[in-house]
Write a protein that binds this ligand. Structure first.
Ligand code: GLY
Length: 445
């Protein structure tokens, strides 16, 4: 049933003019959700990709001045921000100054991701469980501490936004030292610290939650990312090579603890500091051997590939714009964004050769015209139109998602989508979700 009173009075159904900012699979999945909304007259993506062609506005996500001026000129009323960079640059603050609403936190709230040392300090104050972490402002101190703690027990993190590439999980002193040198090479002038954090062993999980203006929090289905580029979790860290949702690791009891011990206290602590966080809050967690959730990182936006994978589990008939408005109005409840209860989803990223370090791009993608089977989805990422064809333009090229009644069925669907869409140098992991497909703990308890 609709609650008319929570929606903005100045706007009528079918009048809304919405812009999505970003160009990845996450933004393509937001586009798909919002296209189904009955509130929207006009939907565009800036800058978008080949999956959103026809609705793209060619302005870089980080070109804040042009984004603001252009959105104002085009009569946009709501901007939905996908990636972290524009949020960290204060796009919400700037859009709000010209009367445009934004789904996503302001610059102060985005520090939870853009300033990892700030996140550690606020977790400390809020009593949120996180690994012991030391900040170093000189490389000698960091290297001495790494020798004392041993490289296999720590991770090295750069403090700024690094799209997951600023995290090194070293196997040797040499690798750890290199990570410190790279970090200080990049950060020395800005005076940013390098963080050395204890390495926590356990099961990984991502919990994304919507947070509204009044601090109400609603969790989306949990998920698990696969960050390493190679099968069996080998090779370099990436933005994510695939994900599945929901993860059986996060039982309803554990979700309750995550809400009570992590999400509630961190949102409350921010509010105490007059940081009124709004949008998606992403907790990257490790569940330790005793079953305790520990925060490895917070992100200020939906995960990619986690969000697009979760998005295919949204119940038919849910209007995503109503959830966006409930966040803005401070009236969010679980009924604004309902999810299929007996379905699961698996997403597999197809990436360019050389990703994550040096992706080779500009290759035509074949098979895009093929019809998708029911329960199969394709979200474009690093793709662009070049005259009469679509070609690769980035490290992660597209995300294939399958939905099904179990993980095996969902993965078969996703795999078919990847196998049918090809480009030179395509790499993807065939082991996404194997841990749940071949586990005895397959059922969500
Ligand atoms: N998939 C990890 C992230 O979005 O940060």
């Amino acid at each position: 049933m609709k609650e008319r009173s929570v929606y903005p009075q100045k706007e009528n159904k079918g009048d809304r003019r919405i812009r999505i900012i970003g160009s990845g699979a996450r933004e393509h999945s937001l586009f798909r959700l919002i296209q189904q909304s009955s509130w929207v007259a006009h939907l565009e993506v800036a800058p978008g990709n080949a999956g959103t062609i026809g609705s793209n506005v060619p302005i870089a996500a980080t070109d804040i001045s042009r984004q603001v001026q252009d959105a104002k000129n085009r009569g946009i009323d709501t901007v939905i921000v996908g990636p972290e960079e524009p949020l960290a640059l204060g796009i919400r603050n700037r859009m709000n100054e010209v009367g445009i609403d934004v789904f996503g936190p302001n610059q102060e709230g985005a520090r939870i991701e853009s300033d990892k040392w700030f996140a550690i300090q606020i977790m400390q104050e809020a009593g949120v469980p996180h690994p012991p972490t030391r900040a170093f402002f000189d490389s000698e101190g960091a290297k001495a501490y790494i020798r004392y703690r041993k490289p296999e027990n720590i991770v090295v993190k750069e403090n700024g936004l690094m799209a997951a590439k600023g995290v090194t999980v070293p196997d040797s002193i040499k690798e750890a030292d290199q990570a410190v040198d790279v970090a200080f090479g990049l950060k020395y002038k800005s005076g940013e610290p390098v963080l050395v954090q204890d390495r926590i062993k356990g099961r990984e999980a991502s919990v994304l939650a919507l947070v509204d203006k009044n601090g109400h929090i609603v969790c989306l289905p949990s998920s698990q990312d696969h960050k390493r580029v190679g099968e069996n979790d080998t090779g370099l860290n990436t933005g994510g090579m695939g994900a599945f949702a929901p993860t059986p690791t996060i039982t309803p009891q554990l979700e309750k603890r995550i809400m009570q011990e992590i999400l509630d206290p961190i949102v409350e602590k921010m509010r105490e500091k007059e940081i009124y966080y709004e949008g998606i809050l992403y907790a990257g967690l490790m569940i330790d051997k005793d079953g305790n959730p520990i925060v490895i990182e917070f992100n200020c936006r939906g995960g990619d590939p986690e969000f697009p994978v979760i998005s295919v589990l949204v119940e038919e008939g849910v209007d995503f714009v109503e959830a966006v408005d409930a966040v803005r109005n401070g009236t969010l409840t679980a009924k604004h964004l309902r999810f299929l209860e007996n379905e699961v989803a698996v997403g597999i990223v197809a990436a360019s050769h050389g990703y994550p370090q040096d992706p080779e791009t500009g290759f035509p993608i074949s098979g895009l015209h093929k019809q998708l089977d029911s329960g199969s989805f394709l979200f474009h990422a690093g793709t662009r139109v070049n005259e009469d064809h679509v070609e690769t333009s980035g490290g992660r090229v597209y995300l294939a998602v399958g939905r099904g009644s179990d993980f095996r069925e969902a993965k078969e669907r996703a795999t078919k989508v990847v196998e049918e869409r090809d480009f030179e140098g395509k790499q993807f992991r065939r082991d996404i979700a194997n841990n749940v497909i071949f586990s005895k703990r397959r059922k969500i308890i």
